[in-house]
Ligand binder design. Structure first.
Ligand code: GLC
Length: 594
């Protein structure tokens, strides 16, 4: 009898192992994906090939054109969106787009792309995670992979099959409006967390995975004065040391797409740079997927629209985010091939890569959304992971015995409009491109989080302007930045807003002790605020789950976050980064606990 039982137990263990192996290896192999791609490519006409290289924005979608031109991809960039942006509404829209693609002669499925940068952030009531800067402070690859898997689930439930993420920029100048899209000024943290996000997004394509996109190749975070889409003057050696490791790691982890950067290197636009796009990324790093252009970026290459297409495609761009005038793009590229200015070989390479990605991403096997999945978008289980990320991302820069707070205090006053503002917590790229203040989506603001944490005898008061401080046991001021994205976030001066200045003056006049919770997409040299406060906590752009802030500030969890960026004492010190010999207010890697 004993022998039978032990044999049965052994069989169970083997079966369990096989199952677990099946789960992680259910993505089809590169060999099979390329074999299928080659077979399909051989059947395609030039028009069908060029259609696959064309990505259009949903704002200009003409459904019959999707079929007529064999469009390869649709994105909803900027503020493009259907009338119903809940998961179900998005999924219905994306499925309708897909149905038109499957009416083409070869029924090649469309891949729908979206900027799911910190959750499925264009889906109403999806969970919004901390932006990358906060995840950089957590420096926890296991957590980042878990977040990415949920982002993939909630994005795919919305019909999206490709996220234009991770941004693996290494921001070196806080004046850049995209600093918060980066994980850290430390290239090794960026490489580790970017790879973790790729793994999480692209796991289990049969059921959950979506294609990832490492961006923006290369040097976007190293431009002069942090100017968005500007010029990087660093040497090739510096660029390779600082920025290339993140792409090496992303490629090693199987990233299926890479987005070219708007920026330039020594005056040469990256979108026309054959050396970096083809010789380095495709040949040296052996990147097998496809390179997508950035939004309408080819026109920055100079010359006629046809010349820009010639430059970009010959440099190594495989799919063009046109995204509006797709008929002109298709005409231009067709003529360029006929005139032998773009070779059939280049077209075939681009389309083979695109088809490879579509096979890997499971689009041929399951082109439509899973209706049941939409019901789990924004679930309590997903929100709990976001709450954990908030806990791990906040960084305590100062604490003169102010925190942790007792839960049975008589009165706590939270000052400033950001204390009760989901939109500010989430920052840019949330529902709208630029994000916005106000109740932009379902979530928990800081005031509510504090009320959730305290005893029933404790009064939590929200004071927008800093009045009503009498009788307060603790006063906490919420300061920081208002949402922005891309070049709209570029600044020459990083200071408090006028309303925050007024609030700070009111609090100072009261002569009472106070702490600061700072919501921002980057370090801001608010040195006087820090010196006058009893405690200062950088929460970055934490997303919808502010309960994670209360978890730490009321002592249920210890603060673990470490600065992913050097914190400057003043504007004159910027740019300031680890190892550059300048004196920082707080060094990269700094963070207190208790
Ligand atoms: C934007 C951004 C890029 C984004 C793309 C689509 O201009 O540069 O990061 O993925 O367009 O929205």
């Amino acid at each position: 009898m004993k022998k039978i039982l032990s044999l049965f137990a052994l069989l169970l263990i083997i079966a369990a192992g096989a199952c677990s192996k099946k789960k992680t290896s259910d993505n089809i192999s590169d060999e099979i994906a390329f074999k299928k791609a080659d077979e399909l490519l051989a059947k395609m006409t030039l028009a069908e090939k060029i259609g696959q290289m064309t990505q259009i924005d949903s704002s200009v979608v003409n459904f019959t054109d999707i079929t007529e031109y064999g469009i390869g991809s649709v994105l909803s960039g900027g503020d493009a969106m259907p009338s119903d942006i809940h998961a179900k509404g998005w999924a219905e829209y994306c499925d309708r787009v897909q149905s038109m693609a499957l009416k083409t002669r070869l029924a090649i499925p469309i891949i729908y792309g979206i900027d799911s940068l910190h959750g499925s952030n264009k889906t109403m009531n999806a969970v919004i995670f901390p932006h990358h800067i906060g995840l950089g402070a957590s420096n926890n690859p296991v957590l980042v992979e878990k977040i990415a898997r949920i982002t993939a689930f909630e994005s795919r439930a919305s019909g999206f099959r490709w996220a234009f993420s991770p941004c693996v920029a290494v921001p070196l100048d806080e004046r850049w409006g995209r600093t918060y899209e980066g994980f850290s000024e430390d290239g090794s943290i960026t490489a580790a967390l970017g790879a973790a996000e790729v793994r999480g997004l692209q796991d289990s394509f049969e059921t959950n995975g979506i294609a990832a996109c490492a961006k923006h190749f290369i040097g976007d975070g190293g431009t002069q004065h942090g100017i968005d889409q500007g010029d990087c003057l660093m040497s090739e050696k510096e660029i390779r040391e600082k920025f290339l490791p993140a792409y090496e790691e992303a490629v090693k982890n199987g990233v299926l797409t890479v987005m070219a950067s708007y920026s330039s290197i020594k005056g040469e636009k990256m979108h026309g740079n054959r050396y970096w796009l083809t010789d380095v990324l495709k040949k040296e790093l052996k990147f097998k997927g496809f390179i997508i252009s950035d939004f309408d970026a080819l026109k920055q290459l100079g010359g006629t629209s046809k010349q820009t297409v010639e430059k970009g495609i010959n440099a190594g761009i495989d799919m063009v985010m046109v995204p509006y005038d797709y008929k002109t793009f298709i005409t231009n590229l067709t003529e360029l091939v006929e005139e032998k200015k773009v070779s059939e070989e280049r077209i075939n390479d681009a389309v083979r890569r695109i088809l490879y990605v579509k096979y890997k991403a499971g689009l041929f096997d399951s082109p439509y959304s899973d209706k049941d999945a939409a019901l789990k978008v924004g679930s309590a289980e997903h929100r709990a992971v976001a709450r954990e990320a908030v806990r791990e991302s906040l960084v305590v820069l100062k604490n003169d015995n102010f925190f942790p707070l007792k839960k049975d205090l008589k009165k706590i006053v939270l000052c400033g409009d950001r204390a009760s503002d989901i939109g500010s917590q989430c920052g840019g790229w949330t529902i709208d491109w630029q994000g916005s203040t106000g109740k932009v989506t379902q979530g928990t603001d800081i005031v509510t989080a504090f009320k959730n944490a305290v005893s029933k005898n404790t009064e939590v008061v929200y004071s927008k302007d800093g009045s009503g401080l009498d009788g307060a046991d603790k006063i906490i001021v919420v300061l920081g930045e208002t949402p922005y994205a891309e070049y709209k976030g570029d600044r020459t001066e990083l200071t408090l807003s006028p309303s925050d200045e007024d609030l700070f003056e009111n609090i100072k006049k009261s002569g009472k002790d106070f702490a600061v919770i700072f919501i921002s997409g980057r370090p801001i040299p608010v040195t006087e605020v820090i010196s006058k406060s009893k405690a200062f906590v950088a929460v970055w752009l934490p997303g919808t789950e502010a309960d994670g802030i209360a978890d730490v500030l009321f002592g249920d969890h210890k603060p673990k976050g470490k600065l992913p960026f050097t914190w400057p004492a003043s504007m004159k010190d910027i740019p300031i980064n680890k190892g550059d010999g300048k004196k920082a207010l707080f060094d990269c890697g700094y963070g207190l606990s208790w």
